[in-house]
Design a protein around this ligand. Structure first.
Ligand code: ATP
Ligand code: MG
Length: 306
C-alpha cells in the first residue's frame, strides 16, 4: 500500500551574515520500506534519528531530497500542498498530546468534526451522529462532545485524538509517539484502543517511538533508526529475540525490566555490549560514522553490517 524507496530528506543549515546555505542536516538518508494493509510497522530510534521526518514526508509536509513515496501506486509528492486531495483523507496523523496542539477554545465536537467539515458534506445532525459514534469507538460517552480538551486526562485526550484521526476512515495512520507523554498503565489502555480501532477499520499504522518496550506488542515489523538510516529491519521476533546490530542490542538492553533476575542479566548484557562497541565498531559503522547498507539475513530480517 505504502512504498517508501531510498527516501532522503535534507534540511538546510544557514550560516554567515548572508544566511546562505552552508550545509545540510541529512535527517533521512536513504530509507526503504513498505506498509501493507492492516500492518503495523514500528519506527524506533533515539531523538534526532529522523523518525518524525519520515512521518512528515509521508503526510506530504516536507520536500524530498531524493527517493520516492507511493501510496497505492500513486506518487504522493503530486499531492503536496493540495489540501483536499483524496490522499489527505487516506493518511492521518496522531502525535504526542494531540489536543493541546489544537485550538483549546474548540469543543471536542468541533475537534473531531473538523476533518469531516473539510471533506464531507454532512448536515449538523449527521455530523453529530458520526462524532458520537467515533467517541464510542474509543470508549467515551457522547456527553463528552460538548466539553473542552482541557477537561480531560492525558489518556482521554489521546483517545479523542484517535477518534479525530479515524473520522475520515483513513487507510494509514502515522502515530508519532502517541503514548509517550502518558503513564505506563494509561499507555496500555490507549494502545488497546488503537489496536481495536485497527481491527475494526482495517487500518495500518506507522508507529513511531524512541522506546522498544512500548512498541513491542503493537508492531509486526520494526525498523531501528540511527542518524537517518535503518540499522536493522525485521519481524518482532527477529528484533527482540535475535537482534544483530550493536545499536539494536543496546536499545534492547536498555528496556527496563521488572524482574530482578532479568535486571542482573541486562546489566551484564550492557557490559558486553559496551565492550563490543569498541572492539567491533568497524563491523557496524563505516569510517565516516554512517551505518552500512542493509544486508538480508533471512526473508524478514535485514541488518546494516559490513
Ligand atoms: N525543520 C527543521 N529544520 C532543520 N532541521 C530539522 C528540522 N526538523 C528536524 N530537523 C533535524 O533533523 C533531524 C531529525 O529530526 P526528527 O525530528 O525527524 O527526529 P526524531 O527521530 O523524530 O527525534 P525525536 O525522537 O526527538 O522526536 C534532527 O537532527 C533535527 O535536528
Ligand atoms: Mg520526533
Amino acid at each position: 500500500m505504502l512504498e517508501v524507496k531510498d527516501l532522503k530528506i535534507y534540511y538546510p543549515i544557514r550560516g554567515g551574515i548572508l544566511g546562505r546555505v552552508v550545509d545540510y542536516v541529512r535527517a533521512v538518508d536513504g530509507v526503504t520500506f513498505t506498509v501493507e494493509p492492516r500492518q503495523t510497522i514500528g519506527l524506533v530510534g533515539e531523538s534526532g534519528s529522523g523518525k518524525s521526518t519520515i512521518g512528515k514526508a509521508i503526510l506530504g509536509l516536507v520536500p524530498l531530497a531524493g527517493g520516492s513515496i507511493h501510496f497505492n501506486g500513486e506518487d504522493i509528492t503530486k499531492h503536496i500542498g493540495k489540501n483536499r486531495s483524496p490522499y489527505r483523507k487516506s493518511v492521518q496523523m496522531i502525535f504526542q498530546d494531540v489536543l493541546s496542539s489544537l485550538n483549546s477554545k474548540k469543543r471536542v465536537l468541533d475537534v473531531i468534526a473538523e476533518p469531516l467539515r473539510n471533506f464531507e458534506n454532512m448536515t449538523k445532525a449527521e455530523e453529530r451522529k458520526r462524532v458520537d459514534e467515533l467517541l464510542s469507538i474509543v470508549g467515551m460517552s457522547p456527553d463528552n462532545a460538548l466539553k473542552y480538551p482541557h477537561e480531560f486526562s492525558g489518556g482521554q485526550r489521546q483517545r479523542i485524538g484517535v477518534a479525530r484521526a479515524i473520522a475520515l476512515r483513513p487507510k494509514l495512520i502515522v502515530a508519532d509517539e502517541p503514548v509517550s507523554a502518558l503513564d505506563l498503565s494509561i499507555q496500555a489502555q490507549v494502545l488497546n484502543y488503537m489496536k481495536d480501532v485497527q481491527e475494526e477499520m482495517g487500518l495500518s499504522y506507522l508507529f513511531i517511538s524512541h522506546d522498544l518496550g512500548v512498541v513491542k506488542h503493537m508492531c509486526e515489523y520494526l525498523a531501528i533508526m540511527h542518524n537517518g538510516r535503518f540499522v536493522e529491519f525485521g519481524s518482532r521476533k527477529d528484533i527482540y529475540s535475535d537482534p544483530v546490530h550493536i545499536y539494536t542490542r543496546k536499545l534492547i538492553a536498555s528496556i527496563p525490566s521488572m524482574d530482578p533476575d532479568d535486571r542482573e542479566k541486562n546489566e551484564q548484557q550492557r557490559d558486553i555490549i559496551s565492550r563490543e562497541y569498541t572492539e567491533r565498531y568497524k563491523d557496524f559503522y563505516q569510517e565516516n560514522g554512517k551505518v552500512y547498507d542493509l544486508k538480508k539475513r533471512n526473508e524478514t530480517h535485514y541488518v546494516a553490517t559490513l
